[in-house]
Each structure stands twice: as C-alpha cells, then as structure tokens.
Design a protein around this ligand. Structure first.
Ligand SMILES: Cc1cc2nc3c(=O)[nH]c(=O)nc-3n(C[C@H](O)[C@H](O)[C@H](O)COP(=O)(O)OP(=O)(O)OC[C@H]3O[C@@H](n4cnc5c(N)ncnc54)[C@H](O)[C@@H]3O)c2cc1C
Length: 459
C-alpha cells in the first residue's frame, strides 16, 4: 500500500471515486497485452478527467517521489504499461472526449482516452478518415497509440501515427503543461517537440490533448486475395507490386501456419494448402484504383499467384476479419504467444522470411508469420508455454536472433510496437553508445527523478 499521505493527497485532488486501491481493481493493471512479461501490482490507480487533475496527480507524485505509469487500454505489446516499480497507474479512460472536429483545417482534437475507432466514426460524416489503424483500432486509445507511434494495416500508403500528430498538450514530469504544435500545416518553430513526444512511451510526459490530421476518405477501394504455392513467390510479388508503381493502402502476408490456424479459428474460406497469401487493398480515385487493381492482378499472375477479388462489402469484411484474426487465432494454439515486430527494408522481406523459417527450425519452435509485408513490418509469432523453462530459453534465443538478423538486413527493432520493457536490452545494438547517450540525456533533462514510466525504453 502507498503511504497514507500519498493516498490522502490523491483523494484530496481527485475525490475518492477516482482513486482505486482494492486488490481486485489493482490486479487488472498489473499486466498488459505483452506475453512473457512478469506482472507487478500498482499501489494505486487514478482516473483523472481533465488536464488539471493530471497536473495534480503529477504534483503528488513529485512531492512523494512516487512513479506514474500512464495507461490507455493496455493493449501494447512491449510491456509498456506494467508498473514494474509499483506506484501510481494513471488511467486515461475517463478522458474520452472528442473536443473538436475542424473540417476546414482537416484536424480533430481529442482527449487521450478516446478510442481510435470512435474518432473515425465521428469524422465519417464529414467524408474524412484518421488513417492509423492498429489491429486494436476498436479498443486502443489515441493517447496510447500516439505514445507508441502505432502503425497498422494501412501504414504502407498512409504512414504511421507520427505522420498525423500535429499538436500535443503534455503534462511534464514537474507538473508544467506544455503545448506544442497546432493546426498549421507548416510549423518549423524550434526543435520538433511534437515528434519528440510522439513515440515516447509514457516516459517523457503525459498527453492530455492531441490534435491530429484527417484526410479525405477514399472514394473507391478494391480488396484482393492472392494465393501462392511457395513463400518466395509471395515475397517477390510484394516487390513486384511496388516496382509497378502501385502503393496499395494495405499489403499483408500470412504464411501457411497462420492461414491454417485462422481458417480453423474463423472459417473465412482461406485455402489451407497455400504456402502464403497476400491480402491487398488499393484505394483512392475510382479510375486510378481500377488501373492499380489491374496492375496488382498482373504482377500476382506473373509470380504464379491465384487472385480473387472481394465482390461485396461482406466479402471485403470477411477478408480483413481473416487478417485481424491472425493473432487471436495463433494465440489459442499454445498458452504463450510471443509476437515480435522486427522490420526490414521492403526489398529484404524475402530474406527475412527465409531467416524466420531457419530460426524456427534451429530452435525447434513453432513460428507463425503474418504482418504488414508491404512496409517490411513482419510479425513472427512464436507459440510456446511459459511454464516450460527449457522451451522459453529457446524462445529467448530465437528472439535475440530475429532482432540480430533484422538489423543485419538494414532493419529496425520495432516497426510499430515500441521498445517498452521487452526490447530495451536490444536498443544499443541499433543505436550504439552515442544513441543511448542521447536517449539517456533526453530522459534526464525531462524527468530527472525518473517518475514517468521508469524502467521503460531506457534505464
Ligand atoms: C491483437 C493486437 C493487435 C495489435 N495490432 C497492432 C498493429 O497492427 N499496429 C500497432 O502499431 N500496434 C498494434 N498493437 C499494439 C497496441 O494495440 C498499440 O500499441 C496501441 O496503440 C496501444 O494503445 P493503448 O491505448 O492500449 O495503449 P497502452 O497499452 O495503454 O499504452 C501504451 C504506451 O503508451 C503510454 N501512454 C498511454 N497513454 C498515454 C498518454 N496519454 N500520455 C503519454 N503516454 C501514454 C503508456 O505508458 C505505454 O507506454 C496490437 C496489439 C494487440 C493486442
């Protein structure tokens, strides 16, 4: 339990209803969606409703030197919200208001607890969309996705969250409120603070307001499924499509193990004997979409792919439901699902797919691979049982090797899931000592007492 003084100060600031200390409540905040991650109970959970209340929580944390773990929906996959050093979990779920939709400037301003899909539903009547769409689009919060710089299925054409964040209100570790950026398309005033905080994983400040860019909804789209007899033909097709100067909104891959598992799980009509499938969607102006769909079909045929196209919205929904079912389907095969997001330049996807097969064989593990192949962001998913210590040792060795290979291929540790607790041991491999030094100095400058999400990203 936290000291009586801390609790009294929090209750004085927020009221008793917004300060949770029952063990049953705390248990729900001891973990997030990350597998193979030790659980830690927070000492208290607070649920502020406004910037002012967040400031008051930060002031209490400062006075008593208690850490704060900011949490949206807890769907991150890097151990980013586990309160590893006890202290306060600050849940943003009551800060769930869409503050403004500005259809002239094509922006929306939201509180951090707004669910991504709710923003999309709200802007749909203006003919606009907010493109970042992680698999958890119906559960993840705007705050969590900005803090992770989430990607998603449309990343290839539309980019990731950082390409849409225009302005932030941030409560800093000392309780000051910073406003950076805004609604202007251009803003090069001093250092780019919006970019610095985007992707900072709750370690540099707490977002209390977020202004994002919206874009016109595409007037047409066509979704296709291409079936391949071997993995390398599928991989060649990915590069072939881009070489044909087509940038699909979505270009996803599933390997045979994922296909079989999804089909058994969701019965969506995937071909169980295919070595790989590509799920492709082109969108935009109708005439261009027609031309692009034709080019995609040609490249698929040239590489031995068998193409079918969704003929109705129901068909399309079935296709994307299949892709979204990939992780839940794989997760039901074994108790522990270790999902990684090592990312390589697109041209090296075939090498990475091959390496994943070799790593699976070398460590005698089952690895299902799916992911955003068009942007080189694969999700090798290792199926294991965390109670089997010998198997978990092999899993850890395999994960080390996956990251080593990804970096050797010119890639990066994370395309969209962040570093959190889970991947910080690899950071120096990518950034080197100078990069680590810069990260530590940024953290030291903004949070010298290590109050914000301590132990995540950098120690
Ligand atoms: C089945 C599944 C599929 C997924 N698919 C994708 C995908 O396709 N693409 C992708 O990118 N990710 C994906 N994810 C990961 C995850 O859903 C995203 O990272 C998501 O955006 C996290 O949002 P959240 O609200 O759950 O954040 P949380 O998990 O609660 O928090 C994530 C991080 O943000 C920090 N944070 C939260 N709110 C704030 C705030 N207001 N201010 C400052 N820091 C804050 C936290 O401290 C933590 O470090 C998937 C996860 C699952 C389980």
């Amino acid at each position: 339990m936290p000291s009586r003084e801390v609790l009294d100060a929090l209750k004085g600031a927020l009221g008793c209803d917004q300060v949770l200390t029952d063990r049953e409540d705390l248990l729900c905040y001891a973990y997030d969606a990350t597998a193979d991650m030790p659980r830690h109970l927070p000492e208290v959970v607070v649920t502020p409703r406004s910037t002012e209340e967040v400031v008051q929580v930060v002031q209490v944390a400062n006075r008593f030197k208690v850490p704060i773990y900011t949490r949206g929906s807890g769907t991150n996959l890097s151990g980013g919200t586990v309160p590893t050093r006890g202290g306060i979990v600050l849940s943003t779920l009551l800060m769930d208001k869409i503050l403004e939709i500005d259809h002239q400037n094509l922006t929306a301003t939201v509180q951090p607890g707004v669910i991504i899909q709710d923003l999309n539903d709200a802007v749909a009547c203006y003919g606009l969309i907010y493109p970042p769409d992680p698999g958890t689009v119906t559960t993840a919060t705007m705050g969590g996705s900005v803090a992770e710089c989430s990607g998603g299925l449309r990343g290839l054409k539309y980019g990731v969250t950082k390409h849409y964040v225009m302005g932030l209100e941030v409560v800093l570790a000392d309780g000051q409120v910073l406003r950076a950026g805004g609604k202007t398309v251009k803003n090069v005033t001093a250092y780019d603070l919006v970019k610095l905080f985007t992707g900072s994983e709750g370690t540099l400040g707490i977002f209390t307001e977020i202004t994002v860019k919206l874009v016109p909804a595409p007037e047409a789209r066509r979704s296709m499924l291409a079936v391949f007899k071997d993995l390398s033909s599928a991989a060649r097709t990915i590069n072939g499509i881009i070489a044909a100067k087509v940038i699909p909104a979505t270009l996803e891959i599933m390997d045979n193990m994922t296909i079989r598992t999804v089909e058994n799980y969701a019965r969506v009509g995937l071909p169980m004997d295919a070595a790989a499938v590509l799920l492709i969607e082109v969108d935009g102006i109708a005439e261009v979409v027609a031309r692009e769909a034709e080019a995609v079909a040609r490249v698929c045929r040239e590489n031995g792919g068998e193409l079918t196209e969704a003929r109705s919205d129901a068909d399309r929904d079935r296709l994307w439901a299949a892709r979204r079912a990939a992780l839940p389907a794989l997760a039901q095969l074994r108790p522990t699902t270790v999902l990684e997001d090592a990312t390589v330049p697109r041209s090296r996807v075939p090498d990475m797919l091959l390496a994943l097969q070799e790593i699976a064989a070398k460590y005698n593990l089952r690895i299902g691979t799916f992911g955003h192949a068009g942007d080189g962001n694969l999700h090798p998913t290792i199926l294991a049982d965390e109670r089997d210590r010998e198997e978990m040792q092999r899993v850890h060795q395999a994960v080390d090797e996956i990251f080593r290979v990804a970096l050797e291929l010119g890639g990066t540790l994370s395309g969209e899931h962040g570093i959190g607790e889970a991947k910080k041991k690899y950071l120096e491999w990518e950034l080197g000592p100078a990069g680590m030094d810069v990260l530590r100095r940024i953290k030291q400058a903004l949070d010298p007492d290590r109050l914000l999400n301590p132990g995540k990203v950098v120690d």
